[in-house]
Design a protein around this ligand. Structure first.
Ligand code: 59J
Length: 578
């Protein structure tokens, strides 16, 4: 049958055979052509289409002050990058590019040559979108753009130490930008794209993962108070030729830090020639001997012991006291040589304080200082924060007891000092500090009896208001309380204290009818016009406290009685008693 059919259509069979052979031949030729003769074609086609993943930058959360004023803002920027291989192929256009980028042509060429084998090199990061588009519009081969975000800090040097900053890759490097990096950062997304060999985007295939924006962060600080504190501290530093300074303001009821400033400071928006000294958030990372600002805490231990009353008398004559090889001295002499406890605080008598300390023992004083948070972490979790040192001794010898009682031999940060004073102000209740705005005040812990705290409030009010007191700390319209301190700085390298380097301090709170704000001012090495805490730091306290009380709408508690002509007759209440 087959033979018969084959015999019937022999030409047909041959045609099919010939056709098949031709087709096989054509395919064979094509294979030889592509693989051997023109092998570059396939390579090119393969390279030309490749799937890539490019990151979608996540928007970093907005950082604000307690009232929503922006402190750190992420703005979209254009980053320009080059494909060196490609760009070097268009060398003639390099001068044009260098000019547009405002860079040195030689330097640009050198960088390109060094990276000649690479496919990616940054040209310029963080340009404004307009600047970026202008360069891209030149259409120079091998020059591409990339969307990124960059942090901008509207409050600049005023809030720099608290806010901190991010690096070029938008990661937190300092301050709250660092401590809350994860919260603020969000998670970058992923986009699948088809790019050609030159890295040019051919097709946006799909978004593999959406970018997750970072969360906003509201700090506890009030930018208005921060500005005020910044200005007053800066002015005082200039007036007294001081090296550095810190100021910390705390809401005593909630523990929120309302202001924290340091000098010197820096502009976080332009960190090109940054001095390390300017970057220090001294209020948290520098420790110092608090000197006489500790006397209220020693006094609190005396009152709590039940052995001392505010009007008990102490003989401070003749203004010094020898303990073995160590002499305790008073700077201000007292006329008849006798002071009550309030007088010891007003005159800031080291001798008087020491005599009380010998009676109650170092342990009692240590215990009060420890309970108000000295030598303890604040829990703020700020990068580089120091804890200081509150020494404990199994046996408290006289020298150690005296030294601690008037504020030496221990070290604290300005933030710890502000917290300690907030406990005095808050009737002995300790509230943990917070650099974040709080919705609800945390549960307080009673660490000092209410009675003792209130007695001390009255004594410290006398320190400011009594004749011979630190009148420069007074605030018109309000009753305030506080304590000055002037401490010789411990000398670096050798044992002992320097003769001509001082730290001037003032710590206090207001208003006395119901204390709301604690404020600490520390000024480092004033060099002209005086150096006493009561002279250098108290006026800063006064001005900043005055502004804060007003801005926070806290009612005055020390207004002069209204003049006759200003009184307005109130309408008589109906049915009321006359
Ligand atoms: C002082 C100290 C150093 C450390 C002394 C200040 C001691 C001490 C060893 C001499 C200036 C000065 C442990 S003074 O703060 O007493 O604030 O308005 O630095 O006493 O024993 O030429 N403060 N300051 N003492 N050391 N060691 C007074 C006082 C204080 C004032 C003024 C005048 C010192 C009233 C300080 C202020 O209360």
């Amino acid at each position: 049958m087959i033979r018969l059919e084959g015999a019937l259509y022999p030409w047909r069979f041959r045609v099919v055979l010939a056709l098949l052979a031709a087709m096989v031949g054509a395919i064979g030729w094509r294979i030889v052509d592509l693989q051997v003769i023109d092998q570059d074609f396939l390579k090119e086609q393969g390279d030309a289409r490749s799937v890539r993943h490019i990151p979608i930058p996540a928007h970093r959360g907005l950082m604000t002050d307690r009232n929503g004023e922006p402190l750190a803002v992420s703005t979209p920027v254009k980053t320009l990058w080059a494909n060196p291989k490609e760009l070097l192929g268009a060398k003639a256009r390099l001068p044009e590019l260098a000019n547009a980028l405002d860079t040195d042509l030689a330097a640009l060429s050198k960088r390109l040559e060094q990276q000649a084998e690479r496919e990616f090199m940054y040209l310029e990061r963080g340009l404004t979108p307009e600047q970026g588009e202008q360069v891209l519009a030149l259409g120079i081969p091998g020059v591409y753009g990339l969307e990124e975000f960059r942090r901008f800090y509207p409050a600049g040097e005023v809030a720099a130490h608290v806010v901190g900053f991010t690096d070029i890759d938008d990661r937190g490097r300092e301050g709250m930008e660092l401590s809350y990096d994860e919260w603020l950062a969000g998670v970058p997304g992923k986009r699948q794209v088809l790019k050609d060999r030159r890295g040019r985007l051919i097709k946006d295939v799909q978004v593999v993962k959406n970018a997750k924006a970072g969360k906003p962060l509201a700090l506890s600080i009030d930018l208005r108070l921060q500005y005020l504190a910044h200005r007053e501290l800066r002015n005082a530093l200039a007036e007294f030729g001081a090296k550095a300074g810190s100021l910390v303001m705390v809401d005593v009821k909630t523990g929120e830090v309302l202001a924290m400033v340091n000098h010197p400071t820096y502009n976080p928006n332009n960190r090109s020639n940054l001095q390390p000294a300017a970057m220090r958030n001294r209020a948290m990372i520098d420790v110092f001997e608090p000197g006489s600002t500790m006397k209220p805490f020693s006094m609190s231990a005396a009152l709590a012991s039940g052995r001392w009353q505010p009007d008990d008398k102490v003989d401070v004559h003749p203004g010094w006291l020898r303990i073995g090889r160590y002499t305790i001295r008073d700077v201000s002499r007292v006329k008849d040589g006798v002071l009550d406890l309030t007088g010891i605080l007003i005159k800031s008598s080291n001798v008087g304080m020491s005599k009380i300390a010998f009676d109650i023992g170092g342990e009692a004083i240590y215990s009060v200082m420890q309970r108000v948070g000295l030598g303890q972490g604040t829990g703020l979790g700020f990068p580089g924060e120091r804890v200081g040192k509150l020494p404990n001794h199994r046996e408290w010898r006289k020298a150690e007891t005296a030294t601690l009682s008037y504020g030496y031999g221990l070290s604290v940060t300005a933030v710890q000092l502000a917290h300690a004073y907030s406990v005095l102000a808050n009737d002995g209740q300790s509230v943990p500090l917070s650099l974040l705005r709080l919705e609800n005040a945390p549960e307080p812990t009673q660490v000092m009896s209410k009675d003792v705290a209130e007695t001390l409030q009255g004594m410290l009010q006398q320190v400011v208001e009594a004749p011979g007191g630190v009148y420069r700390a007074q605030v018109p319209g309000y009753h305030v309380a506080g304590k000055s301190g002037t401490a010789r700085k411990a000398s670096v390298g050798s044992k002992g204290y320097t003769e001509h380097a001082y730290r001037s301090m003032f710590a206090g709170f207001a208003p006395m009818s119901d204390p709301r704000i604690a404020l600490v001012v520390v000024i480092d090495e004033p060099s002209k016009g005086g150096y006493y805490g009561g002279l250098v730091s108290a006026p800063v306290f006064s001005k900043v406290m005055a502004g804060a009380l007003r801005l926070m709408n806290i009612a005055p508690d020390n207004l002069p009685p209204p003049a006759e002509t200003q009184t307005v007759a109130l309408p008589e209440a109906k049915g009321g008693r006359s």
